[in-house]
Design a protein around this ligand. Structure first.
Ligand code: DC
Length: 216
């Protein structure tokens, strides 16, 4: 059983999906960790991030790996945990860039799908979870929020300037939604929630009741 939560950067996907998984007693994965982890590994190995062949090979290599956890989707590079580092904005940007290549997306697909192999259900969040990774998901959710609100959220989280964050985010949203391969889009039959004026609990409650009606 899989539930997907997609949406643009800083729309609240991670927090909401993690809390939902916690309430359901299911596993949780942030699929952005695969793109960030690969981007981070490429950075550390000083690879050319436009070398698709090398990126695809790196995607399948044991240089790095993603490990699911209840609170964080962890990333290890050469057996060292780098979960904090992959959260950086520069790594997010590289992730967004390499996510444009269909070959890279394909190379990461199987590992993402494997996250649903356990005995529990899985809540997966990202950009294409409901459309590409888990099109057969039991319930699909799409979270969104105003650009100002998302920038304020991310800036506060990372201690950055709000104006600059908003500009960078606009750029990334554009990259993510206009790319040819699996662009960010609202999955068919998705439950769309605009979280701009809502508190976290309110969003999770709303999403949880939608999910429970779908699971019954
Ligand atoms: O959700 P995030 O900020 O961790 O994602 C980082 C980048 O990874 C995002 O800008 C685009 C890419 N990504 C993707 O293309 N597909 C996903 N399912 C998740 C992330």
């Amino acid at each position: 059983m899989v539930i997907t939560i997609d949406g643009p950067a800083a729309s609240g996907k991670s927090t909401v999906s993690r809390e939902l998984a916690n309430r359901l007693g299911w596993q949780w994965v942030s699929t952005g960790a695969f793109y960030r982890g690969l981007g981070y590994a490429a950075l550390r190995l000083k690879m050319d991030i436009s070398d698709v062949k090398a990126l695809t090979e790196l995607a399948h290599s044991s240089e790095w790996r993603v490990v699911m956890g209840a609170n964080r989707t962890q990333v290890f590079f050469q057996n060292e945990e780098v979960t904090d580092d992959i959260g950086r904005e520069d790594v997010g940007n590289i992730a967004s860039k390499i996510s444009h290549y269909p070959e890279v997306r394909k190379a990461l697909l199987e590992a993402q799908r494997n996250c649903s192999a356990g005995p529990q259900g899985l809540v997966a969040e990202g950009r294409d979870c409901g459309t590409v990774v888990f099109p057969q998901a039991e319930a699909k959710i799409y979270l969104t929020a105003s650009s100002e609100h998302r920038a304020a959220r991310r800036a506060a989280e990372l201690g950055l300037d709000q104006g600059e964050t908003q500009e960078a985010q606009k750029q990334r949203d554009k990259q993510d939604s206009t790319r040819k391969a699996a662009p960010l889009q609202v999955p068919e039959n998705a439950f769309v929630v605009d979280t701009t004026d809502m508190g976290l609990d309110e969003v999770v409650n709303k999403v949880e009741s939608f999910v429970r009606t779908k699971l019954n």
